[in-house]
Design a protein around this ligand. Structure first.
Ligand code: PXL
Length: 276
């Protein structure tokens, strides 16, 4: 597959900002983002939102970072380092979401923003307070270039059960009405054995990304990796449909390279690029 151009040694790479939670198991969250950004030759700045206590079996608990510290991290890096795109992952609470949205506006950021509305781990453990859904819909979605919910998150956000292509379109329309420029309704949890069909919508046209389904139980961090690779492509100036196509190809390769780890679900792996 084609990759993004790597920066020359000692040349400053494209920069992005990830606003996300830490996964102590190293498979999802910030750690997934950093792995993908590094292997795509992108420098990632980080605003940590929460420290999760988890392994490959589940999330035991998490500790939220104070909202003003999240804002402080954003305000420290943006004017100094400069970013070409940003991504949000686990945001934990309504206070953090509200603060991230306010800070985004105070910093007058106009670069692409990918909002992955992380609500739970693959084990079903909550990573977002249920009281935070309003803040996500009202404060952050209108600032987003692209939102990337999975089917569980679609249900929480717009109360639609996606079971087929028709309901996937209905969900895209309902989500787009919340204000993001583009919506990607991910079909990874649909009951297809051959494809993992994602649907992109901008209020006008639907674009389908069939995607080969990779049969593996080691898919921890897949959503984060898709959103991170898409963000990296946006930082390189790709249009949204091309950035999504790139992200989809990248996560498919990472799923093929996923490895077993611990006693639960191993992580998708961008390390394949080291040998590619
Ligand atoms: O994959 C979603 C996700 C995002 N961020 C953190 C996580 C997870 C899933 O477990 O732990 C910190």
């Amino acid at each position: 597959m084609d990759f993004l151009p790597l920066p020359a040694p000692a040349a400053t790479p494209a920069r992005v900002l990830t606003i996300a939670g830490s996964d102590s198991g190293g498979g999802a969250g910030i750690q997934a983002d950093m792995r993908t950004f590094a292997l795509l030759g992108v420098h990632a700045c980080v605003a940590v939102t929460a420290v999760t206590v988890q392994n490959t079996v589940g999330v035991k608990s998490f500790h939220e970072v104070p909202a003003e510290t999240v804002a402080g991290q954003m305000a420290a890096v943006v004017p100094d380092i400069g970013i070409a795109a940003a991504k949000t992952g686990m945001l934990a609470s309504a206070q953090i979401i509200t603060q991230v949205a306010a800070t985004w506006q105070e910093l007058e950021l106009t670069v692409p923003l990918v909002v992955d509305p992380v609500s739970a781990s693959m084990h079903g453990d909550a990573l977002l307070a249920s009281s935070a859904l309003d803040a996500l819909r009202d404060n952050l979605f209108p600032l987003a270039t692209l939102v990337t919910p999975n089917l569980h998150e679609v249900r929480l956000l717009v109360d639609i059960d996606v079971i087929d292509a028709r309901s996937q379109r209905a969900a895209a329309i309902a989500l787009h009405a919340l204000g993001p420029r583009w919506v990607l309704v991910k079909g990874g949890h649909l009951p297809s054995t051959q494809y993992s069909p994602d649907l992109l919508y901008d209020g006008k046209d639907f674009r389908e990304y069939p995607g080969q389904r990779v049969a593996t139980a080691d898919d921890h961090g897949a959503g984060d990796t898709l959103a991170a690779a898409t963000t990296a492509a946006l930082a390189h100036g790709f249009a949204v449909p091309d950035a999504v196509a790139f992200g989809k190809r990248w996560v498919t390769e990472c799923l093929r390279a996923a490895y077993p780890l611990g006693h639960g679900h191993g992580p998708v792996s961008p390390l394949f690029r080291l040998w590619a």
